[in-house]
Design a protein around this ligand. Sequence first.
Ligand code: DGJ
Length: 731
Amino acid sequence: MGIKYFEEEKVFKLDSKGVSYVIALVDEEQFVGHAYFGKKLSDHHVRHLMRLNEGPLVPSKNNRDRAAFGDAFPFEYSTHGVGDFRESCLKVRTSRGHEACSLVYVSHKIYTGKPALAGLPATFGKEDECSTLELTCIDPVLKLEVTLVYSVFEDNDAITRSVRIKNTAKEDIFLEKALSACLQLDGLDYDYITLHGSWARERHIDRRPLSHGKHSASSLRGESSHQDQPFIALTTPSATQDFGEVYAMNFVYSGNFLAQAEGCQFDTTRVVMGINPENFCWKLASGDEFICPEVAMVYSDAGLGKMTRTFHDLYRNHLIRGEYKDKKRPILINNWEATYFDFNTDKLLAIAKEASSLGIEMLVMDDGWFGRRSDDNSSLGDWQVNEEKLSGGLSHLVEEVNKLGMKFGIWFEPEMVSPDSDLYRAHPDWAIQIPDRTATLCRNQYVLDISRKEVRDTVYNMIKSVLSSANIEYVKWDMNRPLCDLGSFALDAEHQGELSHRYMLGVYELQERLISDFPHLLLENCSGGGARFDAGMLYYSPQIWCSDDTDAIERLSIQEGTSLIYPLCSMGAHVSDCPNHTVGRRTPFSTRGHVALAGTFGYELDVTRIPAEDRGMIPSQVAMYHKYNDLVRTGDYYRIANYSENHQYDCWEVAAKDGSEILITYVEVLRRANFKTRTLRLKGLDPNAVYENEETKEQFTGDVLMYGGVQSPETWGDFSSRLMHFIKISK
Ligand code: DGJ
């Protein structure tokens, strides 16, 4: 069991294979304090890590200066209104209008396994894979019961946290803020890393020194968003891929969030993460319970690379579910960039026929197959096949595609409704909107009030009937606008502040229904590109569309930021046509293939119209995918060089867990004249084993490749790329 309670010292110690997390109870009141998070410790006298007697801290026993204590004590879960003036995790309002809360320990439970979070995505593990601590606290005045839930995994250095808040009083209570995790760090000499972006340039790495005050990433868009990612990392200032300490938090949630680091008055740092308190107020009636979504916390003593690999393993082993969790995904061809809305059965079959002859395994029919949709102005919500476009109907199309030996996939945008749709005409009040205020359109569409069961049922039944009508083996679930004008006709004034979270719970319920009813379906989430690439979505779909920007060079930064947290097997990545539809750049077809190989791999082009030379390369790219995908999907990912930092070249590596092979991808973004060949120091090898370069047949020991390095491969021209594959041939 990775969790111990030392009764005499009043200390809880959570140990994974390389990390310890220590919590201590303090003074008669039994405040719950954070003592340590870092490299694994022995059990000897860890209580002294709960440093109470250093200036200017005033012990809580001294009621005369209780506020001074409250404002300096490293609370495990901070509360509002009783003297801790730093960022709180919990803020409540009573029915009499008071806003104050103070939590003290009452009991705890330690057990093997990990509880599911009702209605929410969460990491999971069997009894022999993880253990859990539940620390129950109360505010004796409010009779509010708050249970802090921590789990540790045997095979992974992540610690997960969530919180249950129960109103055991007779009166209602309003939760104005209910974050999921708080972490107290000594000092504030850290770099602060977030992933920032916009549509078509999602999740670029943003790093700067932390200073006093509050620094945050957040979303109020009802989705995790293109702009910010529910992730935050604090590193020692000199931390690199391989050296330095990293403390990271990632939210297993897909809606509004706050991730914040606060440099406090005594040069300590408080990091918090949870549902964004703006646009949030939850009425907790007597007896009700609220569950805060999960946060995954990772500590690394060996730089960002180790943090990345810890997240990758956590998500591959304990978050992604279903038939495709550990399976190679079919190589798909999606018709979006090939045809946009301009397609019919013949055009799709022509693409499928050519694609199947080249080894592509699945045709995905994107937006435009339903209602009267011929552009983005109508028909969302009318999920019936447009038989004018698809003559012979959907089942005919799917049968013909299947006859070619290909699978068939389809696009939906279930959460949306067009003003010009039968669904909206029948139920205008099903759109999220505020009475008397003109609802804001975005891509000429409204958001359905998915918090309402009747709305979910209606949409789901339409989707289910389409999916049951033919042999459909893949669904792309899109969401092309953020939420605003927050108002639900089904909620009274006291509950309107619950809409954003209820909406997310509704989306999760719908996706759970979908994958339970269609257990063999491969689900890919998407949100106008990558606005919902988050750990919450990964619980439902093993892959997520990374970005609408399919340009291989733009993708270097997007995929690098995404893979900082999320495994390569989850990153939707396609080879598309040139000039690229987003940036107009021309890159070699081979480079597009190498960059897409670092994700799920597929095509997004009209294979009947691309240059013959490109088409001719598809069979070898297909073979490349089949050769390397097991390694890419399951291996350890290492970043060797970042184009976003050096502005010239990019290089990453995937090493098999057993050290038996490694694949290096090298992209020469801008070719320079008359420069010395670069040395690439490889990582994650067995230093004593002999490795052979599959292409050149040169042999090296692992130590030479790692500590001395290998010469970068020959390339010619901008945007050129090469793979290098090393196979272990001896011990
Ligand atoms: C946004 C997605 O990211 C695209 O791939 C495509 O499916 C369009 N939506 C369709 O409207």
